[in-house]
Ligand binder design. Sequence first.
Ligand code: GLV
Length: 384
Amino acid sequence: MPVITCVEDLRRLAKRRVPKMFYDYADSGAWTESTYRANETDFGRIKLRQRVAVDMRDRTLASTMIGIPVAMPLALAPTGLTGMQHADGEILAARAAAKAGVPFTLSTMSICSIEDVAENTNAPFWFQLYVMRDKVFVERLIDRAKAAQCSALVLTLDLQILGQRHKDIRNGLTAPPRMTVPNIINLATKPRWCLDMLRTKRRTFRNIAGHAEGVTDLSSLSAWTAEQFDPALSWDDVKRIKDRWGGKLILKGILDAEDAVKAAESGADAIIVSNHGGRQLDGALSSIAALPAIVAAVGDRIEVLMDGGVRSGQDVIKAVALGARGVFIGRAFLYGLGAGGEAGVTKTLEVIRKELDITMALCGLRDIQRVDGNIIAENPFAVR
Ligand code: GLV
């Protein structure tokens, strides 16, 4: 791998190595992509206090998320089609996460199945659930996650209707890709990706194919997923799912303080302040801009986590300073995966860890659990 200094280096490499339709799937947002961009740029508007002449020896980034020890306050986010950024992507990312001591979250829309990831990794992972109209299928997914001993269920609340992503429409996204002329021409420039993909049997949505009624192949599957996300999802469903699951529950996709209050009342263990990486409601607040008001509303009642735009250790420390117990990274690890498989994800985690450690030290602190609003010099999103 060439010299990698930051996540942006990995993104550039991934763009060269991953077929266009899958690279674009990761590196895009809904409609004008304004929220997608703001997720990243709003972090830059928050300024840190530089401190000097403080003892910076013996630093620690160890913390907990939902009571689970983590080597740094960060988890891998559930991302769809991860196994299309690189063959066997979910298994490779889960292994890299386990080695780094941080949680991996498997998406419902993954290529490797729950069982497959459980068999091929040796650390418990978290499972993300989409609520579909087919209630029996949803219940079976919950039971499969329990059988695989997943240590948390991440219930996504912001994707009852799919946001419109222009790049995916233009690219005619499918997994595996259809053999159209533009796709064949593009795949011919990605020999490493193609060879790895030919060697694996994991090339479609294996959590779903063969498990959901009437889904046997991919063409019926894409139609099925578009029809199947449940537009009638309600807080009653959250309760039903919580009762069936019985373990740690995280609600993902909270961006408004009123919803955060309802989430806290639901008895869930944590919320993820999230706009789905800017892939759903374009024009919504960035996650980091939404975080302070949500922490003010419910921070004393429920653990608050966040995702969206986290590309560096500096972003992690800013989110923690604003009240998040931890963050999730999606694209940042997908770029690593596309750039270099398991080693690439490890690289992402090392880069972020180092940036986090150095930033904490230069802010005059030695323990991530002591980071709070005191390290912030300017925050345009502060609650007045
Ligand atoms: C799925 O989670 C997506 O955002 O594509």
